[in-house]
Design a protein around this ligand. Structure first.
Ligand SMILES: [Zn+2]
Length: 175
C-alpha cells in the first residue's frame, strides 16, 4: 500500500481554508507590527512544520520574508525529527497570503516545495520563477492562487498607506 502523504492536489477544501485562515492571522499580526502583511504555513502530512510572517523591519534583514522564516523552521523540524529535508520538502505544501516574490519562489524551487496559493511576484506577475525552464535551479512548482485574494490585497494597501517609521526623515531646508 502506498503511504499517503500531505501533498497532492486533493487536499480537502476545508483543510485548505483552515491553513489559509492561520496564514491570514499571521499576516494580520505582521501588519499590526509594522511589517509587510504576509503570513505563511508549511504543511507536511497534515502537520505544520514551518510557519512565518514577514519580519524584515524587526530583524533589519531584507531577506526575512515569511517564506524564508518558515523554511528555517522546516529545516529545524527535519533536523530534530531526523528526517531527510528533500524528502519532506517534496511532500510539503506552502500556504501563503501573497504570491511569493522572485527570491522566495527560487528558494521554493530549490526545495521542491509546492505553493498552494504583487509587487515582487515570482509566480507570474513579474517573473515566472515557479514554472520557468531553469534546469540548474531545483524543480518547477504548481501554484493555486486567488484564495481570499481581495483581503490579502486590502492588507497590503493598508500597509503601503502607512508611514514607514524606518524611512529617513525628510530634510527640512533652512533657507
Ligand atoms: Zn519573498
Amino acid at each position: 500500500m502506498e503511504t499517503k502523504e500531505g501533498r497532492s492536489g486533493d487536499t480537502a477544501v476545508e483543510d485548505i481554508e483552515t491553513w489559509m485562515d492561520k496564514a491570514f492571522d499571521m499576516a494580520k499580526d505582521a501588519l499590526q507590527n509594522g511589517e509587510v502583511p504576509v503570513g505563511c504555513l508549511m504543511v507536511y502530512n497534515s502537520e505544520v512544520v514551518g510557519k512565518g510572517r514577514n519580519e524584515v523591519n524587526e530583524t533589519k534583514n531584507a531577506t526575512r520574508h515569511a517564506e524564508m522564516v518558515a523554511l528555517d523552521e522546516l529545516l529545524n523540524w527535519c533536523h530534530s525529527s531526523n528526517l531527510d529535508v528533500s524528502r519532506v520538502s517534496r511532500n510539503t505544501v506552502l500556504y501563503v497570503t501573497v504570491e511569493p516574490c522572485v527570491m522566495c519562489a527560487a528558494a521554493l524551487r530549490l526545495l521542491s516545495i509546492l505553493d498552494l496559493n504583487e509587487r515582487f511576484g515570482g509566480c507570474g506577475s513579474i517573473l515566472d520563477v515557479s514554472s520557468a525552464d531553469l534546469p540548474q535551479t531545483g524543480n518547477t512548482f504548481k501554484c493555486v492562487s486567488g484564495h481570499r485574494a481581495g483581503e490579502a490585497v486590502e492588507m497590503l494597501k493598508t500597509f503601503y498607506k502607512q508611514e514607514n517609521p524606518n524611512a529617513p526623515k525628510p530634510k527640512t531646508r533652512k533657507d
